[in-house]
Design a protein around this ligand. Structure first.
Ligand SMILES: *[C@@H]1O[C@H](CO)[C@@H](O)[C@H](O)[C@H]1NC(C)=O
Ligand SMILES: *[C@@H]1O[C@H](CO)[C@@H](O)[C@H](O)[C@H]1NC(C)=O
Ligand SMILES: *[C@@H]1O[C@H](CO)[C@@H](O)[C@H](O)[C@H]1NC(C)=O
Length: 374
C-alpha cells in the first residue's frame, strides 16, 4: 500500500540545523521531521498509523454524504493513494480533508488550473515519476497549507510558478530545467530543502536574483552541468551539495556569500585548484567533501577552520601531506578536532607523513589512508 510514499517522504534528511558534538556521521532518526515544524511529525505519525492500520483493517465505507474516494485510489485517514494506476490526469473528487495525495508512477502530462481545487488542507503532494511538462501558473494557488512537493522525474522545463508560501520542501530532481529566472521562488519565505539535481542546468541558467527573497537551509544540485559554484544562491544556506558536476576550481570569491555553510559537498567534480583564501569565507564549515577530484595538494586554509571535523580528500592526486596542512600551529586554536579525514586513493606515501600532521585529530582511526594502487 504505502511503502512507496513512506520511503519518499524520508528523502530530504537534514540533521544539520542543530549541529551537535556528535557530528558528522550521526544520522538523526528518519522519522524526525522536527525541522519542518509540527506538521512533519504529525504527518509521519499519521502515515505510520495508516500503514499499521491498513495491514489488518478494512477501509471503512465512507458515510453516505461524506467524501468519495476517487476510483481505483485508496483513501484512509486523510491519505489518498493513487499511485501506479496509469492515470493520465489528476482524479476529480479528491476529499477536501486530504493531507497527503500520492500520484506517483502514473502518466499524468499536465496540471491544469483546477487540478487541486479545494485541497486547502493538503500537506504533501507526490507527483514523482509522471510525464508532467505543463503546469498552469495558478495550479498550486489553492494549496495554502502545502509543505512538501515531490515533483522529481517529470518533464518540467521550469520551476512551477506561484508555489504556496507554506512550502518547506521541494524536490524537482531529474526534470529538464535549464533555466531558473529571476524571482523563480517569489513568495516563498523560508524553506528547509530544495533538491534539483539531474537537471541539465549550467551556471548561466541561474539568472541573477533567481533565489531572491528565499531563505533556504539545504540545496542540492548534483549531476547537473555546473562548471563553477553558483554565486547567487541563498545566503542562508547551511548545506550545499554540488557533487557530480563539472566544477574545475574554487575561486577566491566563490564562497563569499555562503558564510553560514556547515556542510559543503563538491565530490566527483574536476577540481584542480582551490584558491588561497577561498575557504576563509566559510568559517563555520564542519564538513567538506572534495573526494574524486583532481587536487594535487591539500587545500590551503584548513588549519584556520576552527570547526571543521570532516574532510574527504580521497581519490585525488595529492602526493604530499605537510606538517601544517590540517592543524593550526598555535595551541587551542581549533575548537573541534577532526573526526574524519580520508586520503586513500592518492599518490601519497603514508609512511612519509609525520604523525604530528594529525595532532588535531580526535582519534587515529579517524584518518583513512589506505594504499594507493596504480
Ligand atoms: C550535462 O551533464 C550531463 C551529465 O553529466 C552530460 O551527459 C551532458 O552532456 C551535459 N550537457 C551539457 C550541455 O554540458
Ligand atoms: C597561499 O598561502 C600560503 C600560506 O598559507 C602561501 O605560502 C602561498 O604562497 C600562497 N599562495 C599564493 C599563490 O598566494
Ligand atoms: C598529478 O600530479 C602530478 C604532479 O604532482 C602531475 O604531474 C600529474 O599530471 C597529475 N595528474 C593528474 C591526473 O592530474
Amino acid at each position: 500500500m504505502l511503502p512507496s510514499a513512506s520511503v519518499l517522504l524520508l528523502l530530504c534528511v537534514s540533521g544539520l540545523l542543530v549541529p551537535s558534538q556528535g557530528l558528522p556521521f550521526e544520522q538523526r532518526g528518519f522519522w524526525d521531521f522536527g525541522l519542518d515544524g509540527d506538521g512533519g511529525g504529525g504527518m509521519m505519525m499519521m502515515m505510520r498509523d495508516e500503514e499499521e492500520g491498513s495491514a489488518f483493517e478494512e477501509t471503512p465505507a465512507p458515510p453516505p454524504d461524506g467524501p468519495v474516494c476517487p476510483f481505483g485510489c485508496h483513501c484512509h485517514r486523510h491519505v489518498v493513494q493513487c499511485s501506479d494506476l496509469g492515470l493520465t490526469a489528476v482524479p476529480k473528487n479528491i476529499p477536501t480533508d486530504t493531507k497527503l495525495l500520492d500520484l506517483q508512477n502514473n502518466r499524468i502530462t499536465e496540471l491544469p488550473e483546477d487540478s487541486f481545487k479545494g485541497l486547502s488542507n493538503l500537506y504533501a503532494l507526490v507527483l514523482v515519476n509522471n510525464k508532467i511538462s505543463k503546469v498552469n501558473p495558478r495550479t498550486f494557488v489553492p494549496l495554502r497549507h502545502l509543505q512538501k512537493l515531490y515533483f522529481s522525474r517529470n518533464l518540467l522545463t521550469a520551476v512551477p510558478k506561484n508555489l504556496p508560501s507554506s512550502l518547506v520542501e521541494l524536490r524537482i530532481h531529474e526534470n529538464r530545467i535549464k533555466k531558473v529566472p529571476e524571482g523563480a521562488f517569489n513568495g516563498l519565505g523560508s524553506m528547509n530543502c530544495i533538491e534539483m539535481g539531474r537537471n541539465p542546468i549550467q551556471n548561466s541558467g541561474f539568472e541573477p536574483g533567481a533565489f531572491k527573497g528565499l531563505k533556504l537551509n539545504y540545496l542540492r544540485i548534483s549531476e547537473a552541468n555546473l562548471t563553477g559554484i553558483p554565486k547567487d544562491l541563498p545566503e542562508s544556506l547551511h548545506e550545499l551539495h554540488l557533487d557530480s558536476n563539472q566544477i574545475q576550481a574554487i575561486e577566491l570569491e566563490d564562497l563569499s556569500r555562503y558564510k553560514n555553510l556547515f556542510r559543503l559537498g563538491l565530490g566527483y567534480n574536476h577540481i584542480r585548484m582551490i584558491e588561497n583564501g577561498s575557504l576563509a569565507f566559510v568559517p563555520r564549515l564542519r564538513e567538506l567533501h572534495l573526494e574524486n577530484n583532481q587536487l594535487s595538494r591539500v587545500p590551503r586554509g584548513l588549519p584556520d577552520m576552527k570547526y571543521l571535523q570532516v574532510v574527504y580528500l580521497h581519490s585525488n592526486n595529492i602526493s604530499q601531506v605537510g606538517m601544517n596542512d590540517f592543524c593550526p600551529q598555535g595551541f587551542g586554536m581549533k575548537r573541534t578536532f577532526y573526526n574524519g579525514i580520508s586520503l586513500f586513493g592518492n599518490p601519497v606515501n603514508y609512511w612519509e607523513v609525520q604523525p604530528a600532521a594529525f595532532r588535531c585529530v580526535s582519534d587515529r582511526l579517524a584518518i583513512q589512508f589506505g594504499n594507493y594502487k596504480k
